[in-house]
Design a binder for this molecule. Structure first.
Ligand code: NAD
Length: 499
């Protein structure tokens, strides 16, 4: 097998290291092509132009990747924590060194503004740095024995081969957030990046290789959406794969949970969100506007923790809606390759169609447009930053993720009503509220059914903090002191006859 031959078309963001654009799968320390020669296109969402054709992996490559990972696990699991830590640190250093190029590549294939892409590379690298440090702190327990002459211990062991499947909206961070703890724990990895944004993930893997991560420890197989189920099935059926870490939509997460049942794999599922954002009557409105702009318009609203439903107290509704309309009206829209804009295109036509449909449904039900409300004149997959007001009651608790730059505002009158509406969803990833009342802050933080709560703050994610959801937003936590345990099992050791 050789790597699929292809070279990138154009270089609109002036990447320096074009050799970071990889077009094959990385298995057992080598870049290889799909045996059938099948490829699929990676497109620039800003104008639909082809970036490059890359290998369209299937079951054969998935199996080869699992073979390589299983073989590498035999030795990788016994490397010292210091070795794993140093390699992760070296990888972190290379990612930071190539921050600009990784950001350019991400902006090219994903469409987010360059400044945001740079921020994401730093944020993603933060997980590599964090888990380089945590690797050395995977302490076990010495348990006080109830029986004389015994010693009782609990030690942490790596689970085995971990299969990682990631979405397109944070193409670097989602990979780093999973590879970092997996490698730190002593697991080896097989991965399938999102079909819309595989190049960022492949470039990261190339840098891991350059950092000295041994052959077989990291394996990655790109695939089109049509071929992805074959890859997933190969890993689900493989008893050597002991862990699935998935970030993506709730329906696919459920498929993977069902498919893992036969081999009882451990699962981390970071799934869809439906974040409420509540503005109470005692909020500082400027703080609330700033928090909501961050919670809604970063990544053109294409974030699992993006504010999806904004509930504003009746007494401040008009003032707040006016301030939001001003702030959203100032957002600039354009392609990363054409300059520094606030909002890029949506990821593809399917995403644009969905946003259009949701806005049409809201307007048909009686909502009004304050700002935006239509496709953007840039064409392609661009949509105008939009504020909808007076979104009717039955849509206030709509559970559908907008995943676009559309902000629906609705009114409430009491704290109980706001909390009930916020919780009236199958999801429970992030929730936000703004208030200056300390008693309310503690009370409402406790009442919201969500894995993460932002209070007077809209940008809450950090490698220092546990990221994850409740309800149908999934289970498992990424980042923080809790993230490593997702890739470890505890072994209890009981020693007797010690006198
Ligand atoms: P998606 O579920 O369609 O795709 C995610 C990944 O799953 C992709 O790699 C895709 O190829 C793969 N996939 C698709 N069908 C599959 C199948 N049958 N078997 C195995 N894998 C399959 O999600 P998306 O639209 O690409 O991403 C957006 C979703 O991800 C949103 O719902 C968003 O909320 C969620 N998300 C969640 C988090 C989080 O941390 N909770 C973070 C980012 C995105």
């Amino acid at each position: 097998m050789t790597q699929a031959a292809a070279s990138p078309a154009g270089n609109p963001l002036a990447m320096e290291r074009l050799d970071l654009i990889k077009t094959g799968a990385f298995i057992g320390g080598e870049w290889v092509g799909e045996p059938s020669g099948a490829t699929f296109p990676v497109l620039n969402p800003a104008d639909g132009s082809l970036i490059v054709e890359i290998a369209d992996g299937g079951a054969d490559l998935a199996k080869a990747a699992a073979d390589a990972a299983a073989q590498a696990f035999v030795t990788w699991r016994h490397t010292t924590a210091k070795t794993r830590s140093s390699l992760l640190r070296a990888w972190f250093d290379l990612v930071i060194k190539h921050q600009d190029d990784l950001a350019r590549l991400m902006a090219w294939e994903m469409g987010k503004p360059l400044a945001e892409a740079k921020g994401e590379v730093a944020y993603g690298a933060g997980y590599l740095e964090w888990f380089a440090e945590e690797a050395k702190r995977a302490n076990g327990d010495v348990i006080p024995t109830p029986i004389a002459g015994r010693q009782m211990l609990a030690v942490r062991e790596p689970l085995g081969v971990a299969a990682v499947i990631t979405p397109w909206n944070f193409p670097v961070a989602m990979i780093a957030r999973k590879f970092g703890p997996a490698l730190a724990a002593g697991c080896t990895v097989v991965a399938k990046p999102a079909e819309d944004t595989p190049l960022s993930a492949l470039a990261l893997v190339q840098l891991a290789h350059e950092a000295g991560v041994p052959a077989g420890v990291i394996n990655i197989v790109p695939a089109s959406r049509a071929r992805t189920p074959d890859i997933a099935q190969a890993w689900l059926d493989d008893g050597r794969v002991r862990k699935i870490s998935f970030t993506g939509s709730t329906p696919v997460g459920k498929l993977l949970a069902r498919g893992s049942a036969d081999t009882l794999k451990r699962l981390s599922l970071e799934l869809g969100g439906d974040a409420p954002f509540i503005v109470f009557e005692d909020a500082d409105l400027d703080v609330a506007v700033d928090a909501l702009m961050k919670a809604k318009f970063r990544n053109a609203g294409q974030a699992c923790i993006a504010a999806n439903r904004v509930l504003v107290h009746d007494s401040i509704y008009d003032a707040f809606a006016g301030k939001m309309a001003d702030a959203v009206g100032r957002l600039t829209v354009g392609a990363a390759q054409d300059g520094a804009f606030d909002i890029g295109p949506l990821i593809n036509q399917r995403a644009l169609d969905k946003v259009e449909r949701l806005v049409a449904e809201a307007l048909a039900a009686g909502a009004r447009v304050l700002v935006g409300g239509a496709r953007h004149s840039s064409g392609g997959a661009f949509y105008q930053p939009t504020v909808l007001t007076d979104v009717p009651d039955h849509l206030r608790a709509s559970c559908e993720e907008i995943f676009g730059p559309v902000l629906p505002l609705a009114r409430f009158k009491t704290e109980d009503e706001a909390v009930a509406l916020a919780n009236d969803t199958a999801f429970g990833l992030a929730a936000y509220f703004c208030s200056k009342d300390q008693a309310r802050v503690w009370r409402v933080a406790g009442r919201l059914e969500a894995g993460m709560v932002g209070i007077n703050e809209g940008a809450i994610s950090s490698e220092y903090a546990p990221f994850g959801g409740v309800k149908e937003s999934g289970y498992g936590r990424e980042g923080s002191v809790h993230g490593l345990a997702e890739y470890q099992s505890l072994k209890y050791i009981c020693m007797g006859g010690l006198g």
